[in-house]
Structure formats: C-alpha cells, structure tokens
Design a binder for this molecule. Structure first.
Ligand code: ADP
Ligand code: MG
Length: 704
C-alpha cells in the first residue's frame, strides 16, 4: 500500500547486527520492513495464514492417503539414485508400517541426518501409492524432542525471509507488545475475547480448535480482531471529520444579485434538471453556505449528468465572488468533458468581465503565463484543467471551491495540495465526482468522513444499451454491424486493450486494427486512431474530428475510457473484453447510449487455447451482458474482486481492512460505527491509543 510505504515511520530504530552497505538495515530487517513489520504491535498483529499440527505423532498404519502426518521412525534404507533423476530415497519404519521418503534437492547434511539406523521425526503429506506409503520432501528433524503444545503458525513471507526466522521475530514481537485493553469497559462485542488472549491464541492455537473457525474468521478470537480493526478505522475517520469541522472555508451565500450567474446558467441549459440533479444541487448549495469546508462525494453512473451539477456549484461560488477550480485526470477529458460547460458559462462570465482559464501540463509557456496571471488577479473565475491547476506555481486570488472529476484517479497528495490554495487560514470546499458507485457498506466504512450524494436517475430519453458477447472468430459479423450503423449515419468506437508491456506494440496493434477496418469499410468512411502515445494536440484534433463527424469510426486504446461525449455514437466494440476490469467495461460502454438512438455494445472475447475464458473474466462478461445498472455492476465487481482490490484500484491511500470483511462483518461494522463517536467523546485517550495501535503512523495520513 503506497500510504504505508510513504508515511513517516515513528518507531524507535532497532539495533542492527549486520548491515548492508548504505542502508543501515540487515537483509532480514529490510524484508520485515517490506512486510510492514516495524513496531512490536505490528508483529503481534501479523497473523498466520495457516497452521501445521506438530503436536502429535501418529502411527503410519493409521494415516490415510493425502493426509498431513507427523511420524517418528527408524531409517532402514538410504540411497541416492540417478534415474530418472538424481534423488535421495529413504525408507523408514515406525513399527506399524514403512514409508518411503523422496528428496530431489538435498544437502550432504540431510543425507547424514537420514543415515541408516537414525531415529527421525518426519512431517509431510502421506501418499499411498502402489509401492506403499510415500512422502515427497517431508520436513525432517531428530526424534525424541518435546512436542509443542500448540499448532505451529505459518506466516506469509517474502524472499530473503525464511519461515523460521519470521516465526521467531513474530514470537518475540508478540511477547513484547503492549496489549492492554483499549476498549471502554463493557464495550467489546458480546462473546469476543480480550485482545491479549485472542492474539496469543491466533498465533498458537490449541490443537483441539475447530480449524474451520480459524479459516473463516468466525472464532471469537478473530471476532475481537475484526471488531478492533473496524473500530480503529471508524475512529480515525471520525477524527478526520472532526478535525475538518474545526477548519474554516469561505461562506458561499447567494449575494445581493440573487445568484444571477446560477440563474442564467440554468436558463442557458438546453434541458431541465432531473429530480436527482435538483436534489443534489440543493445538498451542495447548503454545504457551500456553511463555514465548514464541504467534503462531498458526488457519485452517479456514467451519463447521469454530474458535470452540470458541478457547473451549477461553480456558478454559486462565482456568484458569491470567489474562484472555482475544476480538475479532470487527463487533458482529453478536461477538454472534452468540460468543453460544453465552458461553452455555456463563457458568455455568461464575459458579461461580467470574468473568464475561464485553462491550465494543462502541455501548454506553451506564454499561454500558461497568461492563464496563471488571470488566476492570480481573480479575473479567471473558473479554472479548468488537469492537476496542473494545483501545481505550486498557480496562485489563486480567492479559491473557494475545487471540483475533482474521476476522483479515484487523483492521489491523496494531490488532494492535499489543494488545501493550501484557498489562502489565509481558509480551506476550499471540495466536491469529488465518481462514476463508479461505491456500494453502501463500503461507503460507510471507507468514506465515513465524506458526505455522499448520489445521482440515481438518468436524464430522460436515453434508450437502454444492448450488450452482446461475441467470440473473436466472429469478427466479420461485427464489421457488418458497423456497416449497418454507418449506413444510418451513426458513429462507432472500437477499443483495443493494452496488451503488451510496450506502448509501441500496443500502438502497432491499434494501428493494424485501424488499417483493417479502413480497408473493410471502404474509402468513404473516415477511420481515426487515438493512442496514449500521440502528442496531445494530435489527440485533440482526432477527438474534434470525431465529435464533428468528420471521422465515423474511432479506434483507440483506453484513452477514451472516461468522459468523452459524442451523442451520435451508437456502437461500442471492445476487443479482448476479457482483459478489462468490470467497472472499466461499464465506463467504456457508457460512451454510447448518450443520444436518443438505440445503442449497442459488442464485447469481443478471445477464448484461450483450451477454448475457455477464465472464471473471473467470465463473471465480468456475464455481469455486463445482464445489467447496465452501475450500482449492480459495482456490487458484482466487489463480489468478484473483494473489497481490497475493489478499492485498491480506486483509492490510493485508503486504509484497507486486513481482517474484517465488509460483506460478512456488517454487524461488527454497525457496532464500530455506534461506538466510535461515544468513545471519542468520553474516552479520548483510549481512542487515541486504539487508533495508534492499529494504524500507527498511517493515522496522520488519513486526515487528508
Ligand atoms: P457524467 O455523469 O457521466 O459525467 P455528463 O455530465 O457528461 O455525465 O452528462 C451526460 C450527458 O447528459 C451530457 O451530454 C449532458 O449534457 C446531458 N445531460 C445532463 N443532464 C441532463 C438533463 N437533466 N437532461 C438531459 N440531458 C442531460
Ligand atoms: Mg463525467
């Protein structure tokens, strides 16, 4: 997780025995650090992924095929054979039966340990073949030492960190860790264990435990860990929310002109707002009129009309005499996406002696200087662009509102950079927009410090998009479909995935597809190509040609992923659809069906040699074919990927849950949500210790 990697570390330095040059850390310490293991408590909370049972010795005769077993036996034969390949074959006898042990890689020391006559303790999976019992590469030690009383933990590890070393480090970290109670008296969820008991047990469970309860995390010890983790997360988010409520933002109230720009913009729109847009607009207006900075996530499916809502918020801000910044993750998107809104706003601003400024990374210095000067003087009431908008050199006269489109594509650092832009002690109001709806439980948990508004209604007149799955060998039929659309004067997108590591190869693939289509469709049809490697100006001109219908077919890599808006496009073909993520497919599909015409999305997939598509890929394609509801898609995406990955791709810096699982632990989440505010009020020191224990130095980071 980048959050953890970048955050400053609070731990005392541990004395190092051997140091690699330049780093001051031993190889083991570097490996531990990579696993996030620094403080004693980190070790204590590093739980085994599974266990081995070394507590019992069983007679060979009682073992079954496929069973993990530990035996003690005498070596009766030991030889190295060379055919079919070099291996050590050892026969052992425990009095009940014999077993053959095979080793393909072995050291002289092992050979010595397994000399004829030696008594050994052997642990491994018993296979009962025709030639009698066998174990491949079992673990071997001398017989007769005391048996452990608990199961042996197996931790997930990385190269350079041997399991026994990690086990020893965790054991000593656990022994040193301060595990005193941080929950207020009587607050622990019913039936769960206290933390010290739970951790000692989970690292070293009694052998009679029902293993299934450890595996599915339903054991009372697990319940306590999950509860603690969820509580830490809720507490830290609540702290962030309270810290923000102490901050001040400009109060954006309707001025003496009665919100003239807002009114004029509403009048200039060629449509009426949907009910959802109106409702969300009011929510935002209320937030802006408060002196606490707004921190709102506006989520709505592709095409639900988020941009207009943002534009109206900008108008409110400008009516109150302040500046507004609008940011999109890419230049194409910034241009395409805000182009329309700028067209509406520009004349209205001009009447008031104000203007829109553009700021992007690829701008010529001269143009950029003009723009930044307009931003600094306040003449640019609206500043639109990429993250260049928040670069250090840009100084606002009085920024009061920042709108971030496709917020998951912006890092926490970029959001932080915004905070310094309002000037004085003020923070700007923040409106973040996302086309990927977050399921409710996730939103409650991860965005507890955000207010969420949802556009749950599409503008009227949209016709549903028909989605078809087509195997790649039926490409010709797809070309026929394209012809049919073109014959009706419609336009078509064809998306190629990023397949190769190298952009050059991707470009070649996309170029070939463009050439093939141009050839198949004939000379009258304009087929354009858009690729992330092209210079921005070229991309922009291709986009303009497509928007103006000078190009009828647009072949592109995923640069069109978000935001482009060409209502005349009625067919979307996605090649190698099995390689795309579910929400990405949904976003792409959202590029069509923007006008009144019936639209379709063709998902071309290539079965692999076995004639099959992987299970997850099949689930994604199926979901696409079955539903076009963004919330349903998000729910299935969550199901297919799990919350970690689902959010990982979206929210850099969000603390992912290691133990709790939001789909199964909704009750514990409710408990944590209820306890957190009371605990912050009545037991602030306990709350601080609890958050520090679980999130340590990451907690600071969350305040972003
Ligand atoms: P998204 O939420 O995906 O960003 P946009 O803001 O790009 O959606 O809006 C999609 C399209 O719908 C745009 O062409 C926009 O002008 C249009 N639109 C937005 N609101 C309405 C409305 N209330 N009625 C009709 N069309 C609308
Ligand atoms: Mg949008």
């Amino acid at each position: 997780m980048p959050a953890a990697a970048k955050s400053p570390l609070k731990e005392k330095p541990v004395p190092e025995p051997t140091s690699a040059p330049g780093t001051g850390l031993s190889a083991v310490q570097r490996a531990l650090r990579k696993l996030g293991l620094l403080r004693d408590i980190d070790f204590a909370l590093y739980l085994p992924m599974r266990y081995e049972d070394e507590t019992r010795i069983v007679p060979l005769a009682a073992t079954r095929d496929g069973e993990m077993a530990q035996i003690e036996a005498v070596v009766t034969e030991s030889e190295v054979v060379y055919r079919p390949r070099r291996q050590l074959i050892v026969t052992v006898d425990d009095g009940s039966d014999t077993c053959q042990l095979r080793f393909f890689n072995f050291y002289p020391s092992q050979q010595k340990q397994l000399a004829v006559g030696a008594r050994v303790r052997v642990r491994g999976e018993v296979r009962g073949g025709f030639v009698g019992r066998q174990m491949m590469h079992p673990a071997v030690k001398a017989a007769g030492t005391a048996l452990p009383e608990a199961l042996t933990p197996v931790y997930s590890t990385i190269a350079g960190l041997a399991q026994p070393v990690l086990r020893r480090e965790v054991r000593s970290g656990l022994a040193r860790a301060v595990l005193d109670e941080t929950l207020p008296p009587g607050a622990a969820p019913h039936g769960t264990w206290d933390l010290r008991r739970a951790l000692n047990f989970l690292h070293y469970p009694a052998p009679d435990v029902a293993i299934a309860t450890l595996e599915d995390h339903s054991h009372p010890a697990w319940q306590r860990l999950k509860a603690d983790e969820l509580l830490a997360q809720q507490l830290s988010q609540l702290q962030a929310r309270r810290a923000r409520s102490a901050q001040r933002a400009p109060v954006l109230e309707v001025d003496s002109t009665g919100g003239k720009l807002h009114k004029d913009l509403l009048g200039a729109l060629p449509f009426a707002l949907t009910g959802a847009q109106q409702r969300v607009g009011e929510e935002i207006t209320r937030d802006l009129a408060r002196e606490v900075p707004m921190h709102r996530l506006l989520q709505g499916d592709v095409g639900s009309g988020k941009t207009v809502v943002a534009a109206l918020a900008a108008a409110r801000c400008i009516d109150a005499g302040f500046q507004c910044a609008l940011m999109a993750p890419t230049e194409i998107l910034a241009a395409q996406h805000f182009g329309k809104l700028v067209n509406w706003l520009d004349p209205l601003l001009a009447e008031r002696g104000l203007r829109v400024a553009w700021l992007t990374g690829s701008q010529k210095k001269k143009e950029r200087d003009t723009m930044t000067a307009a931003v600094e003087s306040g003449e640019a009431a609206l500043v639109v662009g990429t993250h260049a908008v928040i670069s250090e050199k840009v100084r606002f006269r009085h920024l009061a509102l920042a709108v971030i489109d496709e917020q998951h594509r912006f890092g926490v650092a970029q959001r932080l950079a915004l905070r310094g832009k309002a000037g004085g002690d003020f923070e700007p109001h923040l409106l973040m927009m996302s086309a990927t709806p977050i399921p409710r439980t996730l939103a409650m948990s991860y965005y507890a410090d955000l207010d969420v508004s949802t556009l749950d209604e599409l503008p009227p007149g949209r016709t549903p998009i028909v989605t078809k799955l087509v195997a790649d060998h039926r490409r010709d039929e797809v070309v026929d479909r394209i012809r049919a659309q073109l014959a009706q004067g419609r336009q078509v997108y064809w998306v190629c995935p990023l397949i190769e590591e190298s952009e050059a190869v991707d470009l070649r693939n996309a170029t070939e597809t463009r050439d093939e289509l141009a050839e198949a469709l004939g000379e009258q049809v304009g087929v354009g190509l858009l690729h992330s490697r092209m210079p921005t100006a070229e991309k922009q001109s291709v986009m303009e040609d497509f928007t103006a219908n000078r190009l009828q077919v647009l072949v592109s890599t995923t640069v069109i992923e978000v935001g482009v808006d060409v209502p005349n496009a009625s067919l979307m073909v996605i090649e190698h659809a099995e390689r795309f993520g579910l929400s990405q497919l949904h976003q792409l599909r959202g590029r069509v069906g923007r006008g009144a015409a019936a639209s379709a999305c063709v998902l071309l997939y290539s079965p692999n040699e076995g004639g099959r598509v992987g299970e997850a890929a099949r689930a994604r394609l199926k979901a696409m074919a079955e539903t076009s509801d963004g919330f349903e898609i998000a729910r299935r995406d969550l199901e297919i990927r799990g919350p970690g990955e689902f959010l990982g791709a979206r929210q850099s810096g969000a603390p992912l849950l290691r133990f709790a699982d939001l789909t199964n632990d909704a009750l514990l989440l409710d408990w944590a949500r209820e306890l957190a505010p009371a605990m912050l009020d009545r037991h602030p020191e306990l709350a601080a210790r609890h958050v520090d224990r679980w999130l340590g130095s990451k907690a600071e980071y969350l305040k972003a």
